[in-house]
Design a protein around this ligand. Structure first.
Ligand code: SF4
Ligand code: MG
Length: 319
């Protein structure tokens, strides 16, 4: 079957006065119907840039300079403005980390959800409010909250409202960029639980972006790991947890104390991600890699597959 979303060789560059800086460098992945693809990596790895590119939300100096994005077979990168407007929210909606702070402080929750519906569908106010009430219920908020203002709600409730707005037009795909990072752990878990239930009930797909691999393990079908603008490993959540192939993935797993061993045994990854303006030659991870070999410093590793749904990009696999 055709995947819902198919991304091939996506490339995004920042056109700076000092030259172009490549933030997303040849990234490819698919998302199937009903699937949750987790996209993980340290900050600055290109996760958000890649996600925004899918909806063409990037503004100069960020420019998509290559690749293909197909959604239900439709070529997103060649859409004109009118086509894009019809595409966003209806086909793919987007929940940002700080979205809960972007709610309008002087409008009630009901007005904001109804406005979002009416911006895309020719329905009367009363009908839009009915829909707003059922959307609120869907995300576990009593419909009496329709007349509340954002400041009267907790952070967790506001983020649920944003998710309700993202669900308003029944999009087949929802992109969530660190949607719960600003919330405390208990609320995070609650919201993720709820999103999973909604997903199972309604049947949409999710691209879920986070730096927190432990969240993804519970929540994703498949996981893609990004390092310095390139994918280094893609696998099912199960395989990634039980047999991670790439040294960077192993480092990330070791950095998550809740996943491996007792607290205090946090190994992590020494150093920090490279400056994209001065990338290391060969494997971009080599300055931090505990298993680096001589040729890692000069030769770019090839993609190696392990079964139908697992790939890793590292010289260790061809020793
Ligand atoms: Fe480490 Fe070499 Fe593999 Fe890069 S290619 S992750 S440096 S072993
Ligand atoms: Mg980000």
């Amino acid at each position: 079957a055709q995947p819902l979303l198919s991304v091939r060789d996506l490339r995004v560059e920042y056109m700076t006065p000092g030259g172009s800086v490549c933030a997303v460098d040849g990234v490819s992945f698919d998302i199937g119907r009903g699937e949750v693809l987790g996209l993980a990596g340290e900050s600055g790895s290109g996760k958000s840039t890649a996600a925004q590119a899918l909806l063409r939300l990037l503004r100069p100096p960020a420019v998509i300079t290559g690749g293909q994005v197909l959604f239900e077979g439709e070529d997103v990168l060649s859409m004109n403005d009118a086509q894009l407007r019809a595409f966003r929210w209806r086909k793919i909606s987007f929940v940002f980390q700080s979205a809960m702070n972007a709610l309008n402080p002087v409008l009630t929750i009901g007005e904001q959800i109804a406005d979002a519906i009416q911006a895309h569908r020719p329905v009367k106010k009363a009908e839009a409010f009915d829909r707003a009430a059922s959307l609120l219920k869907l995300v576990g908020i009593d419909s009496s909250r329709l007349s509340s203002f954002p400041h009267q709600l907790s952070g967790g409730m506001r983020q649920r409202v944003v998710i309700a707005i993202a669900l308003a037009l029944d999009p087949p795909l929802m992109i969530m960029d660190e949607p719960t990072t600003a919330l405390d752990v208990v609320v995070q878990k609650e919201i993720l639980q709820q999103i999973t239930e909604l997903k199972n009930k309604i049947g949409f797909s999710i691209l879920f972006i986070t730096h927190d691999l432990s969240l993804l393990m519970e929540f994703s079908t498949r996981i893609a790991i990004l390092y310095a603008g390139r994918l280094v490993e893609v696998a099912s959540a199960k395989e990634l947890f039980h047999s991670p192939k790439h040294p960077y993935t192993r480092g990330l797993l070791n950095s998550a104390p809740s996943l491996r061993g007792p607290r205090g045994k946090l190994v992590g990854i020494p150093g920090s991600p490279p400056d994209l303006r001065a990338l290391p030659p060969g494997c971009r991870f080599h300055p931090r890699c505990p298993e680096a070999m001589a040729h890692c410093r000069s030769d770019v590793p090839d993609v190696r597959t392990f079964g139908p749904d697992h790939l890793s990009v590292c010289h260790l696999h061809s020793r």
